[in-house]
Every structure is written in structure tokens, then in C-alpha cells.
Design a protein around this ligand. Structure first.
Ligand code: PLP
Length: 390
């Protein structure tokens, strides 16, 4: 019998839904026109792109012309920060963000810092939440962009984005949110959230990799960061990825239909998983906020265990999850997110992110709970620190 495979890494990426794939396929082989072409091949492609634009716009309460399709969440984040910074540099050179952003934001900020911008990284509390009062205090007359993520990719914490947006709006400052982990999982409305820009990525909601979007509120000043043709209203040149965009539209349409129900089922399983881990494995702690979190995220610090060893041992049993402890495989630095919420280096190194998805079943959780306690026990028995603590 082949080994059971349990994928608990949906925050890294999701499988493409078969209905999404079916919607995409004709745009590779039959309707392969360039969406910028005048002939009927081009018209068909253009119509498909515009339908997808309508679909995603409707889903987040935007207008179609406020959606820019990009090559992924990373590009959307880069465009938001660099595009607005470039347009507003004469007005001010101060950007406010948080200490727990994805690298697509923090590295873009690092780049802008070298270009002469000053960056304020707001701290977060033990749950990973930004305090809106800290934001108020950090704003200066020079502040031109505030970028605070919607949901954290490691610990799942959902920020008070609407409140932050209200503060930004009152001060007339452009507000961006990275909602890559949120779109399709939790309802999002750009007006209720008071955001001027929002990034999202198709592969986190059962769409294809390499397609993203940036919502840009009408009237927001932004320069392109790529230069070339006139696609996407001159804001993002390059021939449009028609199958990818169609897939993004379909993924959003499916999410709109099933998000509420799926979210409940997934969070139910996730809660059962957390409860059983806490009961069966001692010296564990849930990272992130107990309630204000993504329905599919469980980030758990397992004391006296080294995260990478646990991931590899679980992988040998067919279980895929991820460590929040290394920023990249080349780095042994613990996660900046876990350090920001006050985890010690040891706790951060023993932190594992389990992210559930549509395919996750009760049987999957049974299987993981059959395997995990034994693996933790074996690894702890090899830990000198664990032995001294017993
Ligand atoms: N922002 C967040 C919060 C993410 O989780 C990710 C993906 O891991 C990204 C940005 C980057 O998105 P993409 O992989 O589409 O470039």
C-alpha cells in the first residue's frame, strides 16, 4: 500500500483546482491570441481578461479599472511600494510598515531605504498585532505610504486593517495592504478596509502560480516599475498572461461561492488539530492570535525540537508542513516574525506552520496525530537540552 500523503502547507501554495485548470486550458491552445491584438484572436483573449478583471474586482468591492494584473504577489508588493514612492518622492520620503511583513514588502522597503527613504517598522504585540496608536505616533508630514499586511503568512494573525486604513485616510496618506494570504480565505472589501492598494496572488487560492493583482484606488498616484508597452493601462507592460488571468478569475469565482462554508470546515479541523497537539504533546505553544487568525493556519512552537528535523521526519511519513524558523534555506536566522512576537531563538527554531486546505480531511488529521507525537518524542530524546530539563 502506498504511503498516505498529507499536504499541510497550503500557505506556501495550493493545488490548481480542476475547474480552474479547465477554464484555463482553451487559452493555451485555441484562444491563444495576444490580448492587445486587434483581430478576433486578440479580441477573444481581451474579453477573457476583462471578464476575469470584473470577477476579481467584484469580489473585493473594486471597479474593474482599478485592478492591475501582475506576475505574482511579490511583483504586486514591489509595484505598490516602489510605484507610489517614485510618484510621491517630491512630497515626502517616509514609509511606515510593520516588523512582520513578507520579504516582498520588507526587501522593497530595504531597497527604498537605499534610495533615500526613511522606513519605520512598527512593532507588534505577542499575538503579532500592530497597535493603531503606534501608527498614529509614527506618522509625520513626510509620510507618503503606509503598508501593513492583512494576514501574516507565518502565524496567520489578521491585522486591524480597517482601523489602520481609517487613520491613513484621515491623514491623506496612501495605504497599502498585502492580502496575499487572505484573498479567497476571508472576505475582503477595499472600501470597508479603507485601503488604497491591495496585493493578492492566484496560487494561494487554488489558482495558478505566477499571476497576481494589485488593486489601486482611482486617483492614487503610482508610476510603473517596468517600462515597455501600454498593457494594464500603462501600469504594467508585458503581454498579458491570458490563461493565468482567466485562472485567477475562475479561482476567485469559486472562492466567492464556497469560501464561507469551506472556511468553517477548515477552521473546525484546524481547531481540532491544535487541541489534540496541545493535549498529546506537552511543552507546545500556539503562535499568533487565538481568534484573529486565518481559518487554515496553526503555527506551533514545540519546545526542545529543532524545526527542520521535524519537517524532514514528517516528510518521510508523507506529511508536508513548513518551518517558520528559517527565512530561507541558506539562512539559519530564526524567523523575523517569531522574534517580533517575542519568541526566544530556541522557541522560534522549534516552530512549525501547518496550513490546512480544501482537501484536508478528518482522516488526515487522524494520521498526523498518529505520527507526530512519536516523532516529537524521538527528536526530544536526542536533544541534550530536553534531557537536562527532565
Ligand atoms: N506576500 C505574502 C504575505 C505571501 O505569503 C507571499 C507568498 O508566499 C507573497 C507576498 C509573495 O507572493 P508570490 O509567491 O505570488 O510572489
Amino acid at each position: 500500500m502506498s504511503m498516505r500523503r498529507v499536504y499541510l502547507d497550503h500557505a506556501a501554495t495550493t493545488p490548481v483546482d480542476r475547474q480552474v485548470l479547465a477554464a484555463m486550458l482553451p487559452y493555451f491552445t485555441e484562444e491563444y491570441g495576444n490580448a492587445a491584438s486587434l483581430h478576433s484572436f486578440g479580441q477573444a483573449a481581451r474579453q477573457a481578461v476583462e471578464e476575469a478583471r470584473q470577477q476579481v474586482a467584484l469580489f473585493i468591492g473594486a471597479r474593474a479599472e482599478e485592478i492591475i494584473f501582475t506576475g505574482g504577489g511579490t511583483e504586486s508588493d514591489n509595484l505598490a511600494l516602489k510605484g507610489v514612492a517614485s510618484a510621491l518622492a517630491a512630497k515626502g520620503r517616509h514609509i511606515i510598515t510593520s516588523a512582520v511583513e513578507h520579504h516582498a514588502i520588507s526587501e522593497s522597503c530595504g531597497f527604498l531605504e537605499k534610495e533615500g527613504f526613511r522606513i519605520t517598522y512598527l512593532p507588534v504585540d505577542q499575538y503579532g498585532l500592530v497597535d493603531p496608536d503606534d501608527l498614529k505616533k509614527a506618522i509625520t508630514d513626510e509620510t507618503v505610504i503606509i503598508s501593513i499586511m492583512h494576514a501574516n503568512n507565518e502565524i496567520g494573525t489578521i491585522q486591524p486593517v480597517a482601523e489602520i486604513g481609517r487613520i491613513a485616510k484621515d491623514r491623506g496618506i496612501c495605504f497599502h495592504t498585502d492580502a496575499v494570504q487572505t484573498l479567497g480565505h476571508v472576505p475582503l472589501n477595499v472600501n470597508e478596509l479603507n485601503v488604497d492598494m491591495l496585493s493578492a496572488s492566484a496560487h494561494k487560492l487554488y489558482g495558478p502560480k505566477g499571476v497576481g493583482l494589485l488593486y489601486v484606488r482611482k486617483g492614487t498616484r503610482i508610476n510603473p516599475i517596468l517600462h515597455g508597452g501600454e498593457q494594464e493601462r500603462k501600469r504594467r507592460p508585458s503581454t498579458q498572461n491570458v490563461p493565468g488571468i482567466v485562472g485567477f478569475g475562475k479561482a476567485v469565482q469559486l472562492a466567492a461561492e464556497r469560501m464561507a462554508q469551506d472556511g468553517k470546515a477548515i477552521s473546525g479541523l484546524r481547531n481540532r488539530f491544535i487541541r489534540e497537539v496541545m493535549e498529546k504533546i506537552g511543552d507546545c505553544r500556539l503562535n499568533g492570535h487565538p481568534e484573529l487568525r486565518l481559518p487554515n493556519n496553526a503555527n506551533i512552537s514545540i519546545e526542545y525540537v529543532e524545526g527542520e528535523s521535524l519537517i524532514l521526519s514528517l516528510d518521510m511519513e508523507g506529511i508536508a508542513c513548513s518551518t517558520g524558523s528559517a527565512c530561507s534555506s541558506a539562512s539559519l536566522e530564526p524567523s523575523h516574525v517569531l522574534l517580533a512576537i517575542g519568541c526566544s531563538h530556541e522557541m522560534a527554531h522549534g516552530s512549525i506552520r501547518f496550513s490546512l486546505g480544501l482537501s484536508t480531511s478528518d482522516e488526515d488529521i487522524d494520521y498526523v496525530m498518529n505520527i507526530l507525537p512519536g516523532v516529537v518524542k524521538r527528536l526530544r530524546n536526542m536533544s541534550p537540552l530536553y534531557k537536562t530539563m527532565q
